[in-house]
Design a protein around this ligand. Structure first.
Ligand code: GUN
Ligand code: ZN
Length: 434
């Protein structure tokens, strides 16, 4: 019926396939219409065609001159690191010691956690990100606070309690069994409650004991539809450390493999220092990569190998990794992904970058059909991008000659100012102030 129905007139872009491997991977409607009913997509297509299907008197929200795309999906981000973004250190391990661990200590306090979670979600929505895979801290309170805030806004979010029982300050340690017990309690409470989803979250192999890794793997086996997230092969010193800690493993990724952590819905942050055998295991187990270019360049971690990842058909997604990452904006993240790819000898078209930030993310999370594009009955998470958002962007986009040029200008010049409005489950959750 009409009251639950909204229609938006704008240019509409979304993907059905990965443009790196398919012709006609996207649907592009320059004068398009997006129709939403009860928080779900009813139709996306040409305005001239779809307007006749609207009931008489249906209101059309006029976003002509703007671009509607699916909400961005950020597959790796740390909400407790919001307040320590842009903190300098000569590399990953000293950065963790100096800034990360002391900052995360404060999240035993649920009020502090809730305060940061609110700011964090505001900032994601301002940036056009409607789904993220989120690390909380070792404290169960940090997870409670996060999901409570996310649920109140009806956002599709994935999050989990960090597991770490060794090689970190005493004040941030759980125990092997206690950490798993807390994780299972949180999983049972929050996984699939409304739009919330739980991720089993061993921080990375160095900070979990053999027993904790074993139990985390078993927990994952017990809940095959839960998510799993961790870090792998980010930094050369970290890789050497893992080699010393697990001398029998073939590689860093192999450590996770030994504990049965490679599987669909397992999201691996960074994946810079993998070899072909690792990538083959990721592809055959449907484990996914969260590429984090702003973080990798900021911490000097290295360059992601697009060419080998694509050759071996590994599932790819794009992520900010705030606070190692330097921006919440997936447009800024595209900018640095493009340059990172160039330095590695790969050309990354803007069309691919928008795919990676939308449907690519959804696929890597096994959520295609739910989020990431505008197929019928998908959840109506979408954003309105303004090609005139800044004087420079307007000047450049006034004479773009193809969709690729338009998207490239948005990716290279865009940021949170480019996001005019953000909708989650059909509701406006952010509108840019003039
Ligand atoms: N490896 C283990 N923990 C972290 C973290 O918090 N950030 C990043 N970038 N890498 C990590
Ligand atoms: Zn991270």
């Amino acid at each position: 019926h009409q009251s639950g129905l909204q229609a938006y007139r704008a240019s509409v872009l979304h993907f059905q396939q990965d443009p790196a491997f398919h012709e006609n991977a996207c649907a592009w409607h320059e004068d398009g219409l997006l129709i939403v009913a009860d928080g779900k997509i009813l139709a996306a297509g040409e305005y001239a065609q779809l307007r006749t299907s609207l009931p008489a008197g249906a209101e059309i929200i006029d976003y002509r001159g703007k671009l509607i795309v699916p909400g961005f999906i950020d597959t790796h981000i740390h909400y407790p690191q919001t307040d320590m973004i842009a903190s300098p250190a000569p590399g990953l391990l000293p950065w963790l010691e100096t800034y990360t661990f002391p900052t995360e200590r404060q999240f035993g306090d649920i009020n502090h956690s809730a305060d940061v979670a609110r700011f964090f979600l505001d900032e994601l929505l301002r940036s056009g990100t409607t789904t993220a895979m989120v690390y909380c801290t070792v404290h169960p309170e940090s997870v409670e606070a996060f999901f409570t805030e996310s649920e109140a806004r009806n956002l599709r979010m994935v999050a989990g309690k960090v597991l770490m029982d060794r090689h970190c300050p005493e004040f941030l340690r759980d125990t092997a069994e206690g950490g798993i017990r807390d994780s299972e309690t949180l999983l049972k409470k929050w996984h699939k409650r409304g739009r919330q989803l739980y991720a089993i979250t061993p921080r990375f192999a160095p900070t979990s004991s053999d027993v904790q890794m074993q139990l985390a793997g078993e927990l994952a086996q017990a809940y095959p539809d839960a998510f799993l997230q961790t870090h792998v092969a980010e930094n050369a010193d970290e890789v050497a450390w893992v080699k010393a800690l697990y001398p029998k493993a073939r590689s860093y990724l192999d450590v996770y493999d030994q504990y049965d952590m490679l599987r669909p819905r397992a999201m691996y942050g960074h994946c810079i220092w993998l070899d072909d055998a690792d990538r083959a295991r990721m592809a055959e187990t449907q484990s996914a990569v969260a590429m984090c270019p702003t973080s990798n360049l900021f911490l000097g971690s290295g360059l992601f190998n697009f060419e080998r990842a694509d050759a071996q058909q590994v599932s790819l997604s794009l992520a900010t990794d705030v606070g190692g990452g330097t921006s919440f904006s997936m447009l800024r993240t595209m900018n640095e992904a493009y340059k990172m790819a160039r330095l590695g000898g790969t050309y990354l078209p803007a069309l691919r970058m928008f795919y990676l930030a939308t449907l690519g993310g959804a696929r890597s999370m096994q959520l295609e059909g739910t989020i990431g594009n505008f197929v019928k009955d998908a959840e109506a998470d979408f954003i309105v991008l303004d090609p005139q958002a800044t004087p420079m962007l307007a000047r450049r986009t006034n004479h773009t000659e193809s969709l690729e040029e338009l998207l490239f200008a948005l990716a290279l010049l865009g940021d949170d100012r480019t996001v005019l409005a953000t909708y989650a489950a059909g509701k406006c959750v952010h509108q840019r102030q003039a």
